[in-house]
Design a binder for this molecule. Structure first.
Ligand code: NAP
Ligand code: 3JN
Length: 339
């Protein structure tokens, strides 16, 4: 359990990565009460300098005694590292906020989006899981609709940016684009096919049921966060050649009828949501506008004319911010609020 303090010793594990970099930036921007910041990555990055509040911090590699004296450790170094190190950190007495899939579906670990289920933070036992980026932006929007009209079923298709795969994928899209525009051949190291000027219906590994792991993360995590196993979710997750922000097309079937205007009104009041929806003026959320923003943007809200109680919409959020770093820092903020 976290003890109340004026300022906290915070660690970011995976600090040199796409999410880790955003985490360090977010802690500074939100003026998180950091007494000391410790940054960890692989041995490759040992000694590398990163900036935090105009000071340089040296990156360390993880050792058995690394977590002594740390109050909050935010992990974004992949599931394998979380599996090994999150229990070590929790044993040392720090509260872990883990960005990987390793602990998300563990019944002993709360899976939290602060706008949706902050109450679940109360029962943590040292590890709190941050959901998948595609799930986070979707549940922020689903929760107020569920409260108003009970959601029966959601059909979601995602359009996910390459930053979701990490720094190597950002570099690959840039390199392939440059090579193609200079009439050179492309190399594919991160994805099985060229991502520049292409669309890949494949995120994470394929499972026996024909879905990908990313798709099943959206299905299972949504039920756990919303605390309702009866919500049926089916997903198709797609990688697109965009650097930042995940876009999603949602089709939502509810028990009670909601008009498009009622949905607009509900979402206008929802925490962490911005309704950006005026098709007559070509106003709808787009990735390049939402990059760097904290909220989930919603547009194209319209009734599904093929069923009785259906709504379609388009939602966009910054996957590195609300989808990862910001949600983790918001969890830490809630923890210190209630310490
Ligand atoms: P990334 O850019 O590839 O960064 C990976 C980070 O992990 C780097 O800092 C890397 O350090 C570090 N790392 C690798 N091996 C390590 C080791 N043995 N010990 C300590 N640190 C090690 O990837 P990313 O996009 O930032 O994502 C990182 C992880 O965050 C993902 O694997 C995933 O689990 C999670 N994630 C979650 C969401 C979400 O939806 N909430 C979104 C994206 C990612 P070096 O620089 O030294 O290699
Ligand atoms: O691909 C994306 O847009 C999001 C990727 C998330 C991710 C990438 C590698 C490993 C995850 C995740 O958060 O689910 C993981 C993982 O921890 O399994």
């Amino acid at each position: 359990m976290l003890k109340k303090k004026q300022k906290y010793v915070v660690a970011v594990v995976g600090a040199t990565g796409a999410v880790g970099n955003e985490m360090v930036k977010t802690l500074a921007e939100r003026n998180f009460p950091v007494d000391k910041l410790r940054l960890f990555a692989s041995e490759r990055s040992e000694g590398k300098k990163m900036e935090f509040r105009d000071k340089e911090i040296s990156v360390e590699s993880l050792k058995d005694n690394s977590f002594g004296g740390i109050d909050i450790a935010i992990f974004s170094a992949g599931a394998e590292r979380s599996k090994i190190w999150a229990p070590v950190a929790a044993q040392s007495g720090c509260v872990v906020v883990d960005n990987s899939s390793q602990w998300r579906m563990d019944p002993e670990v709360p899976l939290v989006v602060p706008e949706v289920n902050p109450h679940d933070l109360k029962w943590h036992k040292g590890i709190i899981a941050n959901p998948n980026c595609s799930t986070i932006q979707m549940v922020v929007v689903l929760k107020p609709i569920h409260d108003a009209a009970r959601i029966k079923r959601v059909v979601v298709t995602t359009f996910q940016s390459v930053s979701g795969t990490g720094q190597k994928a950002i570099d690959e899209l840039l390199q392939q684009t440059t090579d193609l525009l200079n009439f050179r051949g492309v190399k594919c190291n991160v994805y099985p096919y060229q991502i520049a000027f292409n669309v890949l219906p494949h995120i994470d590994k394929f499972l026996e049921n024909g879905y990908t792991k990313e798709e099943m993360k959206m299905v299972n995590e949504t039920k756990k966060i919303m605390g309702d196993n009866s919500i049926r979710v089916t997903a198709t997750t797609v990688r697109v050649p965009v650097f930042r922000c995940h876009s999603e097309s949602l089709n939502i079937e509810t028990e009670k009828k909601l008009t498009a205007n009622e949905v607009r009104a509900i979402l206008s009041e929802a925490p962490g949501v911005v309704v950006y929806d005026a098709p007559d003026k070509n106003i709808y959320p787009i990735a390049i506008d939402v990059a760097g923003k904290d909220e989930t943007y919603v547009g194209r809200i319209r009734e599904d004319e093929t069923i009785e109680n259906g709504i379609n919409m388009w939602i966009v959020a910054d996957n590195l911010r609300k989808g990862a770093a910001l949600n983790a820092v918001q969890i830490a903020e809630k923890l210190i609020e209630t310490a």
